[in-house]
Design a protein around this ligand. Structure first.
Ligand SMILES: Cc1cc2nc3c(=O)[nH]c(=O)nc-3n(C[C@H](O)[C@H](O)[C@H](O)COP(=O)(O)O)c2cc1C
Length: 216
């Protein structure tokens, strides 16, 4: 997933694209040590590979006006964070709490498409709890949640670790990074392919949503 995602720069106070236009996908993520950043890259690359979609990485480490403007201009926001102590990292939670200002302004993210991904060192590591956290955040914002439409891989005696969705998640994309490996080596390609599949699905659904709005 080395292709850099196409970028879009939303002007200040930008509105989402009009129906039938380009689908703008923002990947709003945190990564403490770079592993989840690789997953975020893969999600964005997967979204940008869909014709008609553009993707932008939006790190949430610094809560600047520019960050909020970029998210306002997106048609879809994909949330991502490492799982720390069984939930999204504190940096991501600070971003989520600060988004209450958007919420208070008549649900500023209403009807945007939403999805989520997380990475941690254990196969489970309670990653599901982080995805649930993202889904609840999206629901509170009046967003429309998109999960992963891939049957669990690596779940038969004949299956392979290289299967898509090897960690068997429906709610969002999961990745696993061995604790002794740097972000150069983890998470593995198999999980990055799953991340890209989530990005592509979100882009496709966002485009369909836009066309539906046009027809309505
Ligand atoms: C404070 C802290 C808490 C963690 N809690 C968990 C956890 O609950 N489950 C797990 O599997 N891994 C846990 N880990 C491991 C990280 O999820 C893992 O190292 C991950 O790859 C870090 O991603 P990052 O490089 O994007 O920060 C924790 C790591 C830290 C630093």
């Amino acid at each position: 997933m080395s292709n850099p995602p196409e970028q879009f720069g939303a002007p200040r106070g930008a509105q989402p694209a009009v129906a039938g236009g380009q689908a703008r996908i923002a990947v709003a993520y945190h990564s403490g040590y770079g592993h989840t950043a690789k997953q975020a890259d893969a999600v964005a690359a997967g979204a940008a590979a869909v014709p008609g979609a553009v993707a932008e990485l939006v790190p949430v480490d610094e809560l600047t006006d520019e960050l909020w403007d970029r998210l306002a201009g997106a048609d879809a926001i994909i949330f991502g964070a490492p799982t720390y102590m069984g939930s999204p990292s504190a940096v991501f939670k600070a971003f989520a709490e600060a988004s209450a200002e958007v919420w208070a302004a008549d649900l500023g993210w209403r009807d945007k498409i939403a999805a989520g991904f997380t990475n941690s060192k254990a196969m489970s590591g309670d990653k599901l709890n982080s995805l649930v956290d993202f889904a609840v955040l999206a629901a509170q914002h009046g967003m429309i949640w998109v999960g992963l439409d891939i049957f669990p891989g690596w779940a038969k005696s004949t299956a392979s670790i290289e299967d898509l969705n090897r960690l068997g998640s429906w709610l969002g994309a999961m990745a696993q990074s061995d604790a002794d490996l740097s972000a150069e080596k983890a998470p593995p390609e198999t999980d990055l392919r799953t991340a890209a599949a989530l990005g592509a699905r979100v882009a496709a659904v966002t485009l369909r949503h836009q066309r539906g709005s046009l027809a309505a």
